[in-house]
Structures are given as C-alpha cells and as structure tokens.
Design a protein around this ligand. Structure first.
Ligand code: COA
Length: 146
C-alpha cells in the first residue's frame, strides 16, 4: 500500500539524481529546502521511497495571494503510471489548504504538462527554456476555485 510521509530535504536527493537530473551541473539543492515553511513529501511502497515532491512558500509575479511552489516532483521510472504522482499532488493540496493557500504553482517540464492538467492545473504564460533541461511552462491550481 502506498504511504505518503513527510521526509527531510536530504531524503529527496536520490530521486532528484535518478529521475530529474539532466546534466552534470544539474541544480537540485535549493536554499529554500531548509526554510522552516518548506515541506518535503515522500511516497513509500514497502518502505521504498518511490516518489518525492517539495512544497515551498514562494511567490510568482503572475499570482496574488498566498502561494506555494511545488518543486522536484519525481516518481521512479518503474513506478510511473501507478498513481504515485497523483497521490503526492493530493497530499500537497491538503497541506496547502491547511495553510490557507490560494495558488499552488510550479515550473513544469513540457513533457509532463498533461500529468498536471489531469490534476486540474492550468498553464499561465508562454513556454520558457531552462538551460540543460528543456522547455517549461508555469502551471497553477487555484484552490479558491476547488
Ligand atoms: C510526471 C510524474 C511525476 C507523474 O507521476 P506518475 O506517478 O507517473 O503519475 P500518475 O500515475 O499519478 O498519473 C496520473 C495521470 O497522469 C498521466 N500521466 C502521468 N505522467 C504523464 C506524462 N508524462 N504525460 C502524459 N500523461 C501523464 C497518467 O497516464 C494518468 O492518467 P489517467 O488518470 O488518465 O490514468 C512522473 O511520471 C515523473 O516523475 N516523470 C519524470 C520526472 C518529471 O517529469 N517530473 C515533473 C517535472 S515538472
């Protein structure tokens, strides 16, 4: 059975490296990792960490009100397509609502846009390129409309 648990920043690093890393100088450690408002979730199957996501209180100029940025969403390749990502988003929404957040937003890799759309996220603005990674879109979920 899949279990979603709070984890510490360093526990997210192995999946960052296995799933998200695209180049040798890929940046996966953020200063905000250790802010007291930052939270990291791990998805566990039989004690194996198969998915991660980080929630950071960070404002984007596109939006107004209280905001949370989702970062570093990753599911091990062998466990993709088993609803692990959806469960991580569900936990992120519950936590964000507890904090009276209006907007959850994230920078989404172009090939993962459909996943976020299926979770109710919408695109804001145009695509932008992150060097050594790929094209991205800002996507958001307005919790006041849910
Ligand atoms: C994107 C990712 C987090 C999704 O997690 P997941 O556990 O595979 O997703 P789920 O199984 O919960 O999928 C939920 C739905 O989204 C769809 N979906 C998932 N990933 C998709 C993708 N890349 N493209 C299109 N649809 C996708 C699933 O088919 C499923 O659809 P359904 O509800 O109609 O059956 C995961 O595939 C991943 O880690 N990918 C590589 C890293 C990455 O791109 N991270 C996001 C960076 S912005």
């Amino acid at each position: 059975m899949l279990e979603i648990k709070k984890i510490i920043s360093e526990e997210t690093y192995p999946l960052h490296l296995q799933v998200l890393k695209t180049c040798n100088d890929y940046q996966y450690k953020y200063n905000a990792d250790f802010e007291k408002e930052t939270m990291h979730f791990g998805a566990f199957l039989s004690q194996e960490n198969v998915g991660i996501v980080s929630l950071m209180e960070n404002k984007h100029t596109y939006f107004k009100g209280k905001q949370i940025q989702l970062r570093g969403m990753a599911v091990l390749t062998k466990n993709q397509g088993q609803n692990v990502g959806s469960r991580l988003i569900e936990s992120s929404i519950i936590e964000s609502k507890k904090r009276k957040t209006t907007i959850i937003w994230c920078n989404v890799r172009d090939y993962s846009v459909t996943f976020y759309e299926k979770q109710g996220f919408k695109i804001k603005g145009g695509k932008f390129f992150i060097e050594n990674v790929c094209n991205h879109y800002v996507m958001y979920l307005n919790l006041d409309e849910k």
